[in-house]
Design a binder for this molecule. Structure first.
Ligand code: GAL
Length: 482
């Protein structure tokens, strides 16, 4: 009897556990460095797209197409960032080298994206609700600008005569241009999603081989931002383990994205361009030659392990970050799942001090006042959007004998206002000390410490500063000469 009830209890628990961890339809469920759940909803199967990305696909859906795509022969945009073409052959020898527009994207994007909030279950009302909430909740005033639609906005096939992608009329009765113009009327910018493969991750038309037509269409619709995904890449576009000429900029992966950069350039409309390439092909080495920001990993999840793992990844590539050049730690999870308030503060602060795009990913109407205060914190946003210093905060050793941790707990950076110190408490001890002499840019002496979260001066201190930081919380200071 006892054994039977234990069994029953065990299977109920297992059921609960499975459904709690089930990923959403088309959501990520595996891949290199993936820390989230690996099970899919009933009728959906976790399918490997490549070593970096597995996603939940309907068990009846056909395997991703591997039909070779015609490589466009166009894209003769002027060269701004020439790479050595001396030994390049094939597509790498003739691929466009035009860089992204520098009329936009100097500082990391601030906005909202539909995916983490709604997945494929999107429509015009939800997109426009987010845009209106940018105004009513004070987010636009705080600097949030982009309202971006993710996957699943079109019908499954292109227009048979024009070849154009068709917005889903059931979801978007005013078309995408109708949504864009309503977003623009609120003083905001508008973004859309496509894929550098034959189909998007959810199986809608991708843009590989149709870059010029799609960029023209997006420009005509008034699109300001393109997130460009990496699913359904045909076999003839995959990469060897080393790229031509030893430079991943010349890899097939990079060239799939470079073709879209050139196509967008030809439209004459400045686009902000996000490469959703999941940290493949050493994108941090060449991303700024192609777009404004690039994903460093698979998909975010509302978990502390995701936050610490993406910080750990990103701190290895901080040299890639400056104006027009941003490592994307993926969209925000504030408002989703059960992150503690301290974890949500760290999520926001780390994205801000590492200068990642910050795209909110929740139903904004559900945010409470504490969460709204976090995402509209003026001083953290000012650091993120600083137009005089483009580089991020970097780890430093707070005292001569401090142990090294992964991810690091102490970071310092500069803004127009001076030197900042950020302390991420990834451990259990809550007392944190840094010596002024150890902070890059400062030296021994007395300093005024100002709390960026509260906007208040804490006091003046000699030699060092000790503070309490809750477990998984992040403290943020401006430290200036006394
Ligand atoms: C993934 C991407 C997600 C989301 C999703 C849509 O590849 O990383 O952010 O865009 O596709 O299907």
């Amino acid at each position: 009897m006892a054994a039977a009830s234990t069994l029953l209890y065990g299977s109920v628990l297992a059921g609960l556990f499975t459904s709690a961890l089930a990923q959403s339809e088309y959501g990520q469920c595996g891949g290199v460095n993936w820390t989230g759940g690996t099970t899919c909803p009933d009728g959906w199967v976790c399918t490997s797209m490549n070593p970096y990305y597995s996603q939940c696909l309907e068990s009846t859906s056909t395997a991703p197409s591997t039909t070779p795509t015609t490589i466009p022969t166009t894209s003769t945009a002027p060269t701004t960032t020439a790479s050595s073409t001396s030994t390049l052959t094939g597509i790498a020898a003739s691929a466009p080298t035009i860089g992204p527009s520098h009329d936009v994207g100097k500082t990391p994007a601030l906005g909202w994206n539909s995916w983490n909030a709604y997945g494929c279950n999107i429509n015009e009302d939800k997109i426009l609700a987010a845009a209106n909430q940018f105004i009513s909740l004070g987010l636009a005033k705080a600097g949030y600008q982009y309202i971006n639609i993710d996957d699943c906005w079109s019908v499954m096939t292109r227009n048979a005569s024009t070849g154009r992608i068709i917005p889903d009329p059931a979801k978007f009765p005013d078309g995408i241009s109708g949504v864009a113009s309503q977003v623009h009327a609120l003083g905001l910018k508008f973004g859309i999603y496509s894929d550098a493969g034959t189909a998007t991750c959810a199986g809608f038309p991708g843009s590989l081989g149709n870059e010029e037509l799609d960029a023209t269409t997006f420009a005509e619709w008034g699109v300001d931002y393109l997130k460009y995904d990496n699913c359904n890449v045909p076999a003839n576009w995959t990469d060897a383990s080393t790229p031509p000429d030893g430079d991943w900029y010349n890899s097939n992966s990079a060239i799939r994205y470079r073709q879209m950069t050139a196509a967008m350039n030809e439209t004459g409309r400045p686009f902000q361009f996000n490469l959703c390439i999941w940290g493949n092909a050493n994108v941090w080495d060449w991303g700024a030659r192609v777009g404004h920001s690039w994903r460093m990993s698979g998909d975010s999840s509302a978990s502390w392990s995701y936050i610490t793992s993406i910080i750990t990844t990103n701190v290895q590539h901080l040299d890639s970050i400056d104006f027009y050049s941003h490592n994307d730690m993926d969209m925000m999870e504030i408002g989703n799942g059960d992150l503690t308030i301290q974890e949500q503060r760290t999520h926001f602060a780390a994205w801000a001090f590492l200068k990642s795009p910050i795209l909110l990913g929740t139903d904004l109407g559900q945010l409470n006042t504490t969460q709204l205060a976090i995402i509209t914190n003026a001083e953290l946003l000012a650091f993120h959007q600083d137009t005089t210093v483009g580089t991020p905060a970097r780890p430093f050793a707070p005292t001569p004998s401090a142990p090294t941790t992964s991810p690091p707990q102490f970071y310092s950076g500069t803004s127009a206002k001076g030197t900042h110190v950020f302390i991420v408490n990834t451990g259990n001890a809550t007392s944190k000390t840094f010596d002024f002499a150890n902070v890059p840019g400062l030296g021994s002496g007395s300093y005024k410490v100002h709390d960026m979260w509260t906007g208040k001066d804490v006091g003046t201190f000699a030699t060092s500063y000790t503070t309490t930081v809750d477990t998984h919380d992040t403290a943020a200071f401006l430290v200036t000469a006394a």
